[in-house]
Structure formats: structure tokens, C-alpha cells
Design a protein around this ligand. Sequence first.
Ligand code: TRP
Ligand code: SF4
Length: 327
Amino acid sequence: MSSRVLSGTRPTGCLHLGNLMGALENFKKLQGEDSFFMIADLHALTTEYEEKASLRERVMEVVIDYLASGLDPDQCTIFVQSEISAHAEMALLLSMITPLGWLERNPTYKDQLRELQGRELHTHGFLGYPVLQTADIVLYKAEKVPVGEDQLPHLELAREIVRRFHYLYKEEIFPEPQAVLTQVPRIPGLDGRKMSKSYDNCIYLSDSAEVVKKKAKTMITDPARKKREDKGHPEVCPVFLFHQLFNASEKEKVAQECREAMRGCVDCKMEMIEKLNDFLEPIRKRREQWMKKKDQVEKILNHGRRKASQVANQTLLEAMRAMGLRD
Ligand code: TRP
Ligand code: SF4
């Protein structure tokens, strides 16, 4: 039997190229296996609990981005985290056995506290983010978790919590989950930092071809190449990385011409932008079509909820038994 797959995305806005190339490409590859893809709306509340505008709309955006980028609801289960109460319950159970020190040491926690300054994030929920994520994973007994590189510390913690559970209750209920990374698990944004909504440096799957062009023109290139005559270093240039992804057949030519100063950065970008738009166009088309079929999207989520809750409730019961809450 193929192994169980689970992953999730926080509905904090439309999906971008970083989400797509960093994780979603693998969702697509793994969807033929026994796979569950979640919209982590409870996780969105860990940082955006003050936001009162409807989370549901943002959930729908992510589902539509999932479908547009090629997830097929006949091949995988798509569901919303908060619709299955077992997630909250399992997170509470796991919180009983997770030492605070593990959470306080979590590098993602420390990074985010620094990055999202101005927001009050010294909350129980935010510190417990990885506990909830572990609950998501173990409820489905997932072995493979396709994610971006930034999630590796969370998966390490998930394995530690699983091991502690087994040690404490002498029952091996859960597999130890492994991350599945894409070839380029960390995509640079327009400014060269990691592509992230909080840096405002993203190309979104929902951006029109015009917007993509306008944004991508501002991308940084090899900083050492000041003049047209300067020889470039493609290996440090985000535009070149995009050539590798979206213009793969020409990548050697691009690299060589860059190194020998035989191509200018402006032309190089324009060529890349065209290929990028070719790649995004079918996604945009499918996105528009799904936007007109929201009833059908609701049906997909309903179906997903039923399927996921069966699995999740069963595992929750096993965990409650192991912990002595049920006979
Ligand atoms: N923390 C993940 C992210 O920000 C989202 C997520 C929530 C997740 N639950 C998960 C990913 C379970 C994998 C498995 O990208
Ligand atoms: Fe980057 Fe292309 Fe300029 Fe080379 S020529 S530095 S690859 S944009």
C-alpha cells in the first residue's frame, strides 16, 4: 500500500509562486497516493486572531488555488481543518505531553516573533503552533508531509512529540512523519529574500500576466553586475533561478551568456517573464473557471470533511484509549 500523505496551507491570502514551487508541486505529485490536503484555518488564527473579516473567504481562495494548480478532488481529499473538531482535541491531548522548552526553542517561533513585530504574539496558541501541526499530521497517521523548507523544524518537533507519546503510553500508534521537499524548496521573492506574504515580495497565482510582468521587472539580479559589460554570476541571481524552473531547456545558454556578459539583464528578465507567464497561464484559466463554480467547490469541501473526519475520529479514539481516557 502506498504511504499516507498529509499537508496543509494557512489561508492568509492567495497562494504565490513560493507556495507552488516550494510545496504544491509535490502535493500534485503525491496526490495519487492516499493523500489529504488541508486548509489550516486554525493555524491562521495563531497570528491573525484580530482579523475579523471572514476567514471563510480566504479559505475558499486557497481551495481554488489548490484546484487551479492541479489538485484533483477525485485523487485526493481536500478539507478545512476547523471543520473537524478532532484537530483541536488531538492538539489538546498532545499539549499535555509537550515540554514548553521544545516549543520555546523552535527556531520558527523565534524568527516569527522577530519578523511579525508589532503584533502581540506571546500567546498560548502561537507558542503551541507546532503542537496543532503535529495533531494535523498524526490524526491521519501521515508518513509523508510535503512542505517548504521553512517547515523542517516543525516536522522535527512532530517526530519528537510522536516519540514521546509512544514512550509514555507504550503503544506505537503513529508513524514518524517525514518531510518531502521539492527540488527548490525555497523560492526567492522580488527582493531576493524568501518569497513571503509578510515581505510583500510575491508573485501570486491570481496575478494577471500584466501584473506578473510589472512585478518581475523589479526583481533583483546579480548585485555585482553593475554595468552591461560586467560578467554575471547566474548562480546568485534570482532571475536565473526562475530560468531554471520555467525555461529549463535554455538554462545552460542563459548561464553562459550571462557569465560572458553576452546578454543584458533587462532582456534576460523579459525572456524569463514570458516563460513564467506561459507556465502560469493555464493555472490562471482554471482559477477563473473555479471562481464561477463556488457551489461545486463547497461540495468538494463537504465530501472532504466527511472522508477526513472518519479517519481523524478513529485515530483520536485510539489516542484517548492509549492515554486512559477511554476503555
Ligand atoms: N505550518 C504550515 C505552513 O505554514 C501549514 C500547516 C498546518 C501544515 N498544518 C500542517 C503543513 C500539517 C504540513 C502538515 O506552511
Ligand atoms: Fe541574472 Fe540574467 Fe542578469 Fe545574468 S543576465 S545577472 S542571469 S538577469
